[in-house]
Design a protein around this ligand. Structure first.
Ligand code: HC1
Length: 574
């Protein structure tokens, strides 16, 4: 350790710490703007400056290492004045239409201006850049008028996802974050994961907002509006209302959706169970009949887009199963509509997802089992929170309610889909019991749990070794894909999710500011909420779901049947 003095208090801190880290150990949170731990450590924004005795100028604490005997001031008038000036300079080229900004209340720039009492927004008024919005893609909008050039978005795109479709163009005052050759985002090989939105401190990046469309459907007496909620939404929606990260709010979420006026409140987890039935059958078929291995999961649309753009030669590995979101819509507009005597044309299928790529997925080809789009509108967890706020529901006071039957029934296997490794574990629970024709001593496959970016395991099943791998985050996916291509590995089954940690950390989840992201394992806390639900479920294997059994008896016949293929499977494009 080294001994330093921070604001007059002596403290021992690990050698090699930055001043920012050292101050945290002294219970001082130095404000930051561009800094994202291990992702964007560039010391560029100058908000985290501090005084170091003997140094010629203020130093950026996020990148400046401590040294024995260092004397640091994080709170001097000089420091605070510098931060204030920096904020005034940022505001001088910032669209300050803040009142109705999508990030009002969760904007990190707004909070800093409040904390530092930046009263004069026009201190450096002068020339302003004016940018057109880029709303070209199905999933998001880029508004450079609100961009503060922190580069968190480009860092996460390049360093976490290995894609790099946005970055700094031009120089000096004209510097802006955009795509190469000023292309629209839709023209690039962006995969729609929305991780850039999740880390953006301001309203420069946000999802395409479909809240008005949902309200319009709810207010249309001729429409029958059905909602499905993804596994990971229940583990994060509460954060938008100030609840601790990892609070399971399933019951209040259902109650809120009912009060918003949805005709049926169903659960994507049901379709996750259905996906497992189809995918486990596909896996067993490929193993027993010499099909392409490894089989790779297909429920994450960001991952599918990535595979299509970057690994088109590996599309044969993808499961042909539609994602649970799409299977849900397909079953709703065929089986359920028929069963309930509903006209599929009048059904509006809304999905609530932790994901921005789902907005893109609903418009893909070959996703219309009833001759209509399987899903009509996909909104994010954040958009649902905004709907709840708009109509003034007191989320905290809502009772806990249950999903409707029968498409609200699910098992523990369905709910863990939302965490990395969950799809693999759910599939193994069913595939192993199908292959061995014996009941598992325990449904837990703990080797594929946890937030590590890559996980591997081998299971001995029915006389053979089944090698599995799980990757989340596209850089990690690339590692596994390269292994497969080079022939170095012999996997039978691989799960890939585009977002690091899986859907719990999707690009559509409630924002958490950088200081929380830098110090808390958000994805682990949210995942724990899902595994806790699984543990408490009376049924934990997809093939035990009574509503799924009934669906096959009444309609689909058996997993992998001709009918199931027509309705629940899809294809990919190079
Ligand atoms: Fe997911 Fe899925 S788990 S992709 O992560 O397979 O988004 O939560 O809904 O479709 O079920 C997301 C989550 C989600 C699908 C399921």
């Amino acid at each position: 350790t080294v001994n330093v003095k921070i604001n007059g208090i002596s403290i021992d801190v690990p050698k090699g710490s930055t001043i920012l880290e050292a101050a945290r150990l002294a219970h001082i949170e130095i404000p930051t703007l561009c800094y994202l731990k291990e992702i964007n450590e560039i010391g560029a924004c100058r908000i985290c400056v501090v005084e170091v005795k003997g140094a010629r100028s203020l130093v950026a604490s996020c990148v400046y290492p401590v040294a024995e005997g260092m004397e640091i001031r994080t709170d001097s008038p000089k420091v605070l004045a510098s931060r204030r000036h920096t904020l005034e300079l940022i505001l001088s080229d910032h669209d300050r239409k803040c009142l109705s900004c999508v990030r009002s209340g969760s904007c990190e720039l707004q909070k800093l201006c409040y904390d530092l009492k930046v009263e004069n927004e026009t201190a450096y008024e002068g020339e302003r850049n004016e940018y057109e919005l880029d709303g070209s893609s199905a999933h998001m909008v880029r508004d450079n008028n609100k961009c503060i050039l922190c580069r968190r978005c480009s860092a996460v795109c390049e360093h976490v996802q290995g894609i790099g479709v946005i970055g700094a163009n031009e120089r000096g005052f004209k510097t802006n974050i955009s795509c190469a050759f000023e292309m629209d985002l839709a023209e690039t090989s962006c995969v729609s994961c929305g991780q850039c939105i999740a880390v953006c401190p301001t309203g420069a990046l946000y999802e395409q907002d479909h809240v008005d469309e949902v309200f319009a459907a709810l207010n249309d007496p001729h429409k029958y509006v059905i909602v499905q909620t993804a596994p990971a939404v229940r583990a994060a929606l509460g954060e938008a209302f100030g609840l601790p990260i990892g609070t399971n709010v399933q019951g209040k979420m259902v109650a809120a959706l009912r009060r918003l006026g949805f005709d049926k409140v169903f659960d994507t987890d049901f379709a996750a169970d259905l996906t497992i039935m189809e995918e486990a059958a596909e896996f067993i078929d490929r193993v027993q009949n010499g099909g392409v291995l490894p089989l790779i999961t297909s429920c994450s649309p960001g991952w599918i887009k990535y595979c299509e753009h970057y690994y088109p030669d590996m599309l044969d590995h993808l499961s042909s199963c539609k994602s649970p979101q799409q299977m849900f819509g397909a079953i709703t507009k065929t089986y359920y509509a028929n069963k309930m005597g509903l006209d599929p044309e009048k059904i509006v299928m809304v999905s609530v997802m932790p994901c921005t790529a789902k907005k893109f997925e609903i418009g893909r080809d070959d996703q219309n089992a009833a001759g209509l789009p399987d899903v009509d509108i996909s909104i994010t967890t954040r958009e649902l929170a905004r709907m709840i706020e708009r109509v003034g529901l007191n989320f905290h006071a809502l009772p806990d309610e249950e999903f409707d039957d029968p498409l609200g029934r699910s098992t523990g296997a369905g709910v863990i889909f939302g965490a990395t490794g969950g799809v693999m574990e759910a599939a193994l629970r069913t595939a192993v019991e199908t292959l061995t024709k014996e009941e598992l001593p325990s449904p837990d496959f703990t080797e594929v749990r946890g937030t590590a970016g890559v996980k591997k395991a081998t299971y001995h099943v029915a006389g053979m070794d089944i090698n599995v791998a799980v990757a989340s985050g596209l850089n990690n996916a690339r590692t596994i894909l390269e292994e497969i291509k080079s022939g170095k590995s012999n996997y039978h089954f691989v799960e890939i999710m585009a977002c690091p940690g899986g859907c719990v950390n999707g690009g559509g989840q409630p924002h958490q500011p950088a200081n929380v992201r830098n110090t808390t394992d958000i994805k682990a806390l949210r995942a724990k909420a899902l595994y806790d639900i699984d543990t408490l479920m009376p049924l934990r294997k997809s093939h035990e779901n009574p509503a799924i059994k009934q669906l096959y008896e009444e309609f689909l016949e058996e997993p992998g049947s001709h009918k199931a293929h027509d309705i629940l499977h899809t294809s990919y494009v190079k």
